[in-house]
Design a protein around this ligand. Structure first.
Ligand code: SER
Length: 312
């Protein structure tokens, strides 16, 4: 039986993607790989401990499991990447290169590699930023994501490897704790609000960033992976996003449901990263080439986040 494999499977995106893939393909067709141990909800799933800096191990798993599709999510995010840029280079750039090289030797495999708004830098425009805008990032995470896009296109053209990708904005989800990204303040704000705790936000109140709710992110990745290849021109770097907001706008939206919630600001080095990213994205390439259409508005996302966090 051919399988779908996810790297970085127990991270923020992976945890939600696994659930969707299990529903779609059945538990026995999904292989979760991660450097971390599986959380209890996935203990019945076939998982392999994998450090993506170990290509031999990856190759063994791909061949043994007859993997036909990979979602390559293993990545060191922007804030932790700046704390340890050499580690981020090894995991994100070397890891992606090795994965593509191995896959180019396996017939009939396809690869989905999410990219990020972090590909943009201070010389990109701020508003309604096109896929075609300059990508000269200032963070190791951004550099690794631009490199992943370029390598993906190279492997497609040179070896015919079916590589696809999309640039995610900040992603909001209730399944996992915020990890090490710059946009994660939003998730952290929700968690504090629902627990009745005061939140101290590390970004300035007027920092506008593009965002999307996780169900839409998962759906868009799966839709792109199944899209008619004859429609795909850009293939690897589609901007996707559902709305943009600032910390102060999110605070007001949460307070409409949790009026006692309080917050102050304690800005740190992540502000510089956020300042180099777009405030909003032009998603027209994704709409044109594979019918991208997010369902959640900011308002429906806020209500759903709070409802789900309250269940836990
Ligand atoms: N959410 C990511 C980060 O903040 C951006 O893609 O690092």
């Amino acid at each position: 039986m051919s399988k779908v494999l996810v790297t970085g499977a127990f991270g923020q995106v992976g945890s939600d993607l696994l659930k969707a893939l299990i529903i779609k393909h059945g538990k026995d067709s999904v292989v979760a790989t991660d450097i971390a141990e599986p959380p209890s909800i996935f203990k019945d799933l076939h998982s392999e401990k994998l450090d993506v800096r170990n290509p031999e191990m990856l190759k063994k798993i791909l061949v043994k499991e007859d993997v036909r599709k990979i979602y390559h999510l293993a990545s060191i995010l922007s804030a932790s990447g700046e704390k340890n840029p050499f580690f981020a280079f090894d995991v994100n750039i070397r890891g992606t290169y090795d994965l593509l090289r191995i896959c180019s030797e396996i017939e009939g495999i396809s690869v989905m590699i999410p990219s990020s708004i972090a590909v943009y830098g201070t010389d990109s425009p701020k508003d309604n930023v096109s896929t075609r805008a300059p990508t000269r990032p200032g963070t190791m995470y951004g550099i690794s994501k631009v490199t992943g896009e370029l390598l993906g296109m190279y492997f497609y053209k040179k070896f015919g490897l079916d590589v696809r990708g999309l640039r995610f904005p900040g992603l909001i989800s209730y399944e996992t704790q915020p990890t090490a990204g710059t946009t994660d303040y939003s998730v952290d704000m929700f968690i504090h609000a629902v627990k009745g705790l005061k939140y101290s936000c590390y970004l300035r109140e007027d920092t506008m960033l593009p965002m999307m709710y996780m169900p839409d992110a998962i759906k868009s990745m799966i839709n792109l992976s199944e899209a008619d290849p004859s429609r795909l021109i850009r293939r690897i770097d589609y901007n996707v996003s559902a709305f943009s907001f600032t910390p102060s706008q999110l605070y007001s939206a949460i307070r409409r449901i949790i009026p006692d919630f309080t917050m102050d600001y304690s800005v740190d080095s992540r502000q510089e990263i956020a300042d180099s990213w777009p405030a909003s994205l032009d998603v027209s390439d994704a709409v044109l080439e594979w019918d991208f259409k997010p369902e959640y508005s900011m308002e429906s996302m806020v209500a759903d986040m709070i409802m789900n966090l309250r269940k836990d």
